[in-house]
Design a protein around this ligand. Sequence first.
Ligand code: ADP
Ligand code: MG
Length: 240
Amino acid sequence: MINVKDLRKSFGDHEVLCGINQHIEKGEKVVVVGPSGSGKSTFLRCLNLLETPTSGEIWFEGNLITDPKTNINQLRQKMGMVFQHFNLFPHLTILDNITLAPIKLKLQTPDEAKENGLKLLKRVGLSDKADTYPARISGGQKQRIAIVRSLAMNPDVMLFDEPTSALDPEMVGEVLEVMKELAEEGMTMVVVTHEMGFAREVANRVLFMDEGNVVEEAPPQQFFQNPQHSRSQEFLSKVL
Ligand code: ADP
Ligand code: MG
């Protein structure tokens, strides 16, 4: 589904991604871990061209998306992204937040979008919040809404950048639960997170990044029980 070849990204003379090669299959759940500043967000943001790679190729569903001729908006419809901060529109109700994009892009009629939006709200247990404004709900609820807002576009891949890092601890579980359900339904997911329990439970593959390189990648059991690289060992000794 996603093929990354020698992806490099520099900011000025600082090379932040130093040649990433990755192949992500349909249905795969890839969890990206690593110290702060190692390039995890930049990698994720390159995948949907929120950052323009300095060089290298990214293929998505058979299309070379790093080609300047690519229709970026069409691409982003197929790649949902959830950030640390929820970025809900404060002046729109929860339901309108969810239906805005599919209606605006004419992917669904307003009636269809509403029906679909209500279904999505039900799925995350927030049906009663449809007419509420974002300021009136908790951080965990906002993040669950941000996830279903992405799902309203029927993406083929979901990218998550530390979706629980800004939450109060008691709200982390409810968001991870929604993500686990999504994983069980077969969604292709790339998740940057510090939640090692989630990585262990959900990942097919863990990528450990350090200083712009993927220095280790392994199935979670192997990565957590027997990390090979000294940098992974050091990282795990701090976070576990
Ligand atoms: P991580 O998500 O692993 O913490 P990032 O991908 O956010 O790491 O950042 C990797 C490096 O790139 C850091 O040194 C960061 O300061 C730098 N960086 C990220 N975005 C920018 C930017 N827009 N301009 C300049 N430097 C940046
Ligand atoms: Mg980051």
